[in-house]
Design a binder for this molecule. Sequence first.
Ligand code: GLV
Ligand code: MN
Ligand code: MN
Ligand code: MN
Length: 402
Amino acid sequence: MPTFTEMWRDLTPIGRHTPTNGYRRYAWTGADTDCRAWFREQTLARGLRYETDRNGNQWAWLGDPADGDAVVTGSHLDSVPDGGAFDGPLGVVSALAALDGLRARGARPTRPLGIANFSDEEGARFGLACVGSRLSAGRLTREQAYALTDADGVTLPEAMEAAGQDPTDLGPDPERLARIGAFVELHVEQGRALDLGGHPVGIASAIWPHGRWRFDFAGEANHAGTTRIADRRDPMLSYAETVLAARREAELTGALATFGKVAVEPGGVNAIPSLVRGWLDARAADQETLDTVVAAIRRAAEERARRDGVDLAVVRESFTPVVEFEHALRDELNRILGGAVPVLGTGAGHDAGILSASVPTAMIFVRNPTGVSHSPAESATEDDCLAGVHALTDVLEGLACR
Ligand code: GLV
Ligand code: MN
Ligand code: MN
Ligand code: MN
């Protein structure tokens, strides 16, 4: 079987965009389809039973999941715009390598073992993160998924169909999830806690509550060279003030608030915009702080919009409540890994967080020396990746080969 390093070498050219060196593996595009084909090939080469579920998530099985109490590991292969190499793929490639490691040890699983690649985790194309796991866990309805469109107006079912996937059966998959006794997602750390503490791997404790809000500022398009300042209804001003308010509120409360995407209509250099649409990503350690921050940003936006003669509509596009990973499983991982691994919280969303409402779930983090993520500067050394594989192998052995 190809080693971790060989798999990594084969997978990493797919969807890499030059000259940024970032990944553009958006759900159901050619690059994503190539990644999915790669995953399927890898699982078949290992003699695993391969299947795609009603939501396009890919699964591979050693043993029969119908026996129940399965141990599943995996992550996602799609990326954010110009994402790094590790967010997602590290968990999938490590899962395959850990299974090989388990076999090389001669370990005999007494529980079914699964590897999963969840579809559309990042939400880069349709705006909603964790679409595959949300659908399966019943936290996104078929109707809501059908209403998702990308920037070109392509709907999610159309995109799936174009990628050769049947979208007719999108929806909850409780029977499949009920067969899983434990889901462990390995992921590159998206901060520097492990690096600062000198640890190659850690375990997740919790995921902060987080969500995405769309702010639509509607003004009046007009000539940049002839419209007097007093006569303008410029939504860019309201938007700019809102971005500054987001930073201010984040600093005041310790929350995180980011406007990372903006669309301007009509988008002419010499025209006052008619519409500025900005997306707020906000996260905080607790629900109350998050609510306070979003309300304050919204108030600031409303006040400024009133001054600018601009209409404002705010839509919450997605929301994920706080996730506390299961204590018993976390303690079990800690015991398996020798009891000395740090336990970290994170502000990043994951399929593991979505599944945690239905399935006992845990996460393993691998050190990221730059601490950067959702960027080509995301990093992990080969030694640390292999330490992650070793840890995951130990966990699969400890959980499934009792
Ligand atoms: C997913 O990576 C997220 O936290 O946005
Ligand atoms: Mn991510
Ligand atoms: Mn991820
Ligand atoms: Mn070991």
